[in-house]
Every structure is written in structure tokens, then in C-alpha cells.
Design a protein around this ligand. Structure first.
Ligand SMILES: *Cc1c(COP(=O)(O)O)cnc(C)c1O
Length: 456
């Protein structure tokens, strides 16, 4: 069919009511929460764009699969179904379930790192970086320079800077146990990595004899961007592209809360027998027996089905387009954001929008809180509160002050997104009224989750 309207590729079988609140209720709730939206009760939020992690809607087939869960402690049927789906997709020899993505990272890094080593990546996701630094190692970001400029449009802003990777491998090769690439690049704005770039990384890894691991949380969104944007790829299925991406790597870490279309789960997969054996031994210590890895049998069923659904083309067409639809509306209204739109989220540029709020008065928090009070929308600050605290307790501006609006998978309809656009545009129109914040209390680490603020 040649119609232009891209519709939600599903119909709704079960609904969950959202609660409408009055402006004064939201002001009171936010005050009560210490002006930190992480501390709100979710039911006081109308449209929740805090994260796309574990917040998606499962399909009727996934809910049905839950009843098929085999809860045997060892060797459950659900594990073998999960393993066969992951193997068909990735081709990796060893498939190790974990309770979420960071558990896979923790097990991988604790198994292979020792103090002083370096892990290159395009951009490390925050918990990934923390899991490397906790082993007294360095997480080095080598995204292309275009990936660091919010307004700059480039089809593959997640690409690795191959020349920088080569220099790193040349200079620090003996300290590099593996190379990682995050698809799509979450910290860089949900931006994709091209197949050509992955092939370039693979060639360098071959030359310097390093294994390549993918942080594959959004592999399906990345595959669809490749289909849309990379020369010669438009005729292939997203699944075939994803299979080629995995075939270029030696292993992956994965959060099934993203492109697993599940509410919990993850896995670690790899070809190396010795690394896999060490990983399974650690898994038993912290996650559980290798055929369940901290998950129920029914979770493994939901993930297996989710991994089949996530590469379906109608789903991905809708997914990528609905995020872009929001980005296009905001751009047309002059609201600054990372361009082009990412796969899973829109990243508003709060520093550019609120030049009268200096970074150390947290323009991201000012914008997040205004979106909540005006429209009941919850986003998240990715800026000076998240990144500005140094280990010695002093503070400096983050590289950027962004507000991420992450879109949960299959949860909101186009009218919800139209409402979000209207809310953001209204807040942007009255931006001169927004004031900054100061921190009233905060922990020494990961302060963005629990800090309390006071309006200035
Ligand atoms: C979410 C995420 C992780 C960690 O997964 P969790 O399931 O949240 O532990 C790792 N890397 C990237 C890029 C992510 O987006």
C-alpha cells in the first residue's frame, strides 16, 4: 500500500488508564519529591518518558508465552527456546542469560579485566563505564567528532572514529583486552553505527588480534537505520542486517529491556570457550544456574518471542518513524535538540533553549520540571546533575545539558506524541520564565537519582 500515514502496527487488546492531575497537584507532588522527578510516584505522571528500558508493552503472544514458562531449575525447556532464538540471531556459541544488561557487563568485565586495562567504545553507557571503572580500568570513548555536535546532521553519528581506534590500538594495544561498539549509541543520542564502520572496526580488531563485542541493547533499531540510510542495504530484511552485524563480532552484552521487548532480562553471548566458562562460574555466584541466569522461565519465553517480534519490519518502521515524528515537530517549532532524531529518544538541548540558566543552575532540571508541571510529562536530565560531580566532590558543567524524552515501545499512540509535542512547544514558548535550581541535598555518587533541589 502506498499511503503516507505510518500507523501503529498493532491494535490494542488491553489498556491501562492514565491519571489526569491538576497543575496545582503536580506542583505539590514535585515539591514533595524535592524537585527531582525520579522521586515522583509514577501514577502522578501522565506521559512517562523517563526511560525506554523495561517499560514497553508486551504482545498478546508474549503474554501467552508466559504461560509456557518451564520453571525447572536446570535445563528448562524455556532456556532452550531462548537459546535457539538468540543463536539464530547472533550466531554466538555461548548464550548466557542474565537478569538485565548490566549484569552481563559486570560478569564479562569482572571475568576479563584487571587493573590498568583500557576498553575502547564509541560511547560507554553510564553503568557500563562504571562497571569498567570499578575494575580500576579506563573506559575510552572514540565516537566520530560529528557524534559530539548536537545540531549536526550525519546519518551514522554513532560511528567509531577508526583513525582514533587505530592510534589507541597502536599505542595501548597491550592494555586492551577487547573493543566494544554500542548499537545504537545511547549516550550519544541513540545514533546508529553503519555496517561499513563495523566492518572497519572488525578489520582493525583482526589486525591487532582483539575480540570485538557489541553492546547490542538496540541492535534492531540500529539494523533498521542501516536499511534506511546505508547504500545497498534497502533491499535486505532488518533481521539479515542484524545477523551480519553480529557476525562481525565475537560476542555481545544485551539488555532485553530494550530491543528484547521484555520488562526484564538480558544476556551475555560469545564464541570464546575459556571466557564463557569463567563467565558461567561467576554467573552461578551472582545470578544463578546458567540455564536461568536470575530470570524466571517465563521471562526467557517472553524475551525469545520479543526478539522475534522486534526485527519485524512494520514494527521497526513505526518505531523509528514515531520517534522522528516527535523530533520533526519540535524542530519545526524551533526547539533545539540532537539531530537527527535517535531511535529510542529525543534529546532536547536545554543549554541552548535556556541560555539565561547557567549550567551550574541546572537548565536540564529546569526544563524537566517545567515539562512535568505544565503537561504531566516526565523526561530525564542528562547533563550537569548526571555528569558534573567530580570524584573529589567538586562540580563542573557537564559536556552538554540535555533532556531525554525516551519513548517506551508500543505504549503510546500518535495522539499521545502530539500531546507531548504540544507540551514541549508550550514550555519552550514561555522559557524566559524558567529559573534554575540549587542542590539542597545529594549523595556522593549517582546523585541524579536521589538529589533534592530548591528553585532559585
Ligand atoms: C540500558 C543499557 C545498558 C544496561 O542495561 P540494563 O538492562 O539497564 O542493565 C547497557 N548499555 C546500553 C547502551 C543501554 O542502553
Amino acid at each position: 500500500m502506498n499511503f503516507r500515514t505510518i500507523i501503529e502496527p498493532f491494535r490494542i487488546k488491553s489498556v491501562e488508564s492514565v491519571k489526569f492531575t491538576r497543575r496545582e497537584d503536580r506542583e505539590a507532588a514535585l515539591r514533595e519529591a524535592g524537585y527531582n522527578v525520579f522521586r515522583l510516584r509514577a501514577e502522578d505522571v501522565l506521559i512517562d518518558l523517563l526511560t525506554d528500558s523495561g517499560t514497553g508493552a508486551m504482545s498478546a503472544a508474549q503474554w501467552g508465552a508466559l504461560m509456557q514458562g518451564d520453571e525447572s531449575y536446570a535445563g528448562s525447556r524455556s532456556f532452550y527456546r531462548f537459546e535457539s532464538v538468540v543463536r539464530d540471531l547472533t550466531g554466538f556459541r555461548h548464550i548466557i542469560p542474565t537478569h538485565q544488561g548490566r549484569a552481563a557487563e559486570r560478569i564479562l568485565f569482572h571475568t576479563i579485566l584487571r587493573p590498568g586495562l583500557v576498553v575502547p567504545n564509541n560511547n560507554h553507557f553510564e553503568p557500563t563505564r562504571a562497571n569498567i571503572e570499578v575494575e580500576a580500568c579506563e573506559a575510552r570513548d572514540l565516537v566520530i567528532p560529528e557524534g559530539r555536535v548536537p545540531a549536526l546532521v550525519h546519518p551514522f553519528k554513532g560511528n567509531v572514529d577508526l583513525a582514533a581506534l587505530e592510534r589507541t590500538l597502536e599505542a595501548d594495544g597491550d592494555r586492551i583486552p577487547l573493543v566494544m561498539v554500542t548499537i545504537t549509541n545511547n549516550s550519544g543520542g541513540g545514533q546508529p553505527v553503519s555496517l561499513e564502520n563495523l566492518r572497519g572496526v572488525r578489520a582493525l580488531c583482526d589486525r591487532y588480534r582483539k575480540p570485538l563485542f557489541l553492546d547490542a541493547c538496540r541492535f534492531a533499531e540500529n539494523a533498521y537505520f542501516v536499511k534506511l540510510r546505508e547504500a545497498g542495504q534497502s533491499g535486505r530484511t532488518p533481521k539479515a542486517i542484524a545477523q551480519e552485524m553480529f557476525s562481525l563480532a565475537d560476542g555481545c552484552t544485551m539488555s532485553a529491556k530494550k530491543d528484547g521487548l521484555a520488562n526484564i532480562g538480558g544476556f551475555l553471548a560469545m564464541n570464546d570457550d575459556a571466557w564463557a566458562e569463567a563467565a558461567r562460574n561467576l554467573l552461578i555466584l551472582t545470578e544463578g544456574f546458567p540455564t536461568y541466569g536470575g530470570l524466571a522461565g517465563y521471562d526467557l519465553e517472553a524475551i525469545a518471542r520479543g526478539l522475534e517480534e522486534v526485527v519485524e519490519e512494520p514494527y521497526l518502521r513505526y518505531r523509528i518513524r514515531s520517534t522522528e515524528y516527535l523530533g520533526d515537530k519540535l524542530t519545526a517549532a524551533g526547539v533545539p535538540s540532537i539531530r537527527p532524531s535517535g531511535g529510542h529518544a529525543i534529546y532536547l538541548d536545554a543549554r541552548a533553549l535556556l541560555p539565561h540558566v547557567p549550567p551550574l543552575q541546572y537548565p536540564g532540571i529546569a526544563l524537566v520540571n517545567a515539562l512535568y508541571v505544565e503537561a504531566g510529562i516526565r523526561g530525564v536530565e542528562i547533563g550537569t546533575v548526571m555528569f558534573g560531580l567530580r570524584p573529589d566532590g567538586t562540580e563542573s558543567p557537564g559536556a552538554m545539558d540535555l533532556v531525554r524524552l525516551a519513548i517506551p515501545r508500543r505504549v503510546y499512540t500518535q495522539s499521545h506524541i502530539d500531546y507531548v509535542a504540544e507540551g514541549v512547544i508550550e514550555v519552550a514558548r514561555t522559557k524566559d520564565r524558567l529559573r534554575g535550581y540549587r542542590i539542597a541535598s545529594a549523595p556522593k555518587m549517582l546523585r541524579h537519582f536521589t538529589a533534592q533541589f530548591e528553585p532559585l
